[in-house]
Design a protein around this ligand. Structure first.
Ligand SMILES: [Zn+2]
Length: 163
């Protein structure tokens, strides 16, 4: 979702930093400024199942190098002896609008990076595009109604090209 120029620009930018192992993550987290670490990071899980991190407010599509992803959202870490743990992790990405059901891919990627983590998203987002007015909606409290035009939103995900 979003303007095509963002996706086009993304291919020219460096992609999110890959965290393929505990070693990768520790090498990165030891160098992050504590004030930066207190803020959520943009993340994607790429098609290889690897967690990729970019500074907050980075476009998810840039973090992913313009490619498809298994999951996307925001993640917050806390430093601990010998590494870090995940304190908050969401599927909040208006670029990819992933379903909450992408959690297993996130869990696997966080495990691969050697991170203690919650058992699920700490906040879940459900995105739908309105078939009538094309507004991108975040569904609140399971009320599938467009905030812009009041039309019904579909029960199933409708934000990407069919797989
Ligand atoms: Zn609408």
């Amino acid at each position: 979702m979003g303007p095509p120029e963002i996706a086009a620009a993304a291919t020219d930018q460096s992609t999110g930093r890959p965290m393929r192992s505990t070693t990768d993550f520790r090498a990165w987290v030891d160098r992050v400024d504590p004030r930066e670490l207190a803020e959520p990071f943009t993340y994607v899980v790429d098609v290889d199942g690897v967690l990729r991190l970019a500074p907050r407010h980075s476009e998810h599509v840039a973090c992913a190098g313009g490619g498809p992803v298994l999951a996307a959202g925001e993640v917050t870490f806390v430093r601990r002896t010998g590494g870090a743990a995940v304190v908050e992790v969401t599927n909040q990405s208006t670029g990819y609008c992933p379903e909450p059901s992408c959690w297993p891919a996130v869990a696997e990627a966080l495990d691969r990076a050697g991170l203690d983590r919650p058992g699920g998203f700490t906040a879940e987002f459900v995105f739908r595009c309105c078939p009538r007015c094309a507004e991108l909606n975040v569904v609140k409290e399971a009320v599938f109604v467009c905030a812009m035009c009041g039309d019904d939103l579909p029960a199933s995900w409708n934000l990407g090209a069919p797989a």
